[in-house]
Design a protein around this ligand. Structure first.
Ligand SMILES: [Zn+2]
Length: 57
């Protein structure tokens, strides 16, 4: 099973993790303003969903 170990890079789809520090990628507002609890939950839900879908195929 070690042969299936994942790499850190996401295949064919470069992401910008640093952008998350300043701007909210869910509501596109500065994370320094407002409440982004829902945004982070939604982001986690989308990530979990995406991951589950990848594991299925
Ligand atoms: Zn937000």
């Amino acid at each position: 099973m070690t042969a299936l170990r994942r790499k850190t890079t996401i295949r064919g789809r470069p992401m910008k993790p640093l952008d998350l520090n300043v701007m909210c990628d869910i509501c596109n507002k500065s994370r320094a303003h407002g409440n982004h609890d829902k945004c982070s939950k939604q982001r986690q839900a989308e990530a979990a969903e995406r991951r589950a879908r990848e594991n299925q195929s």
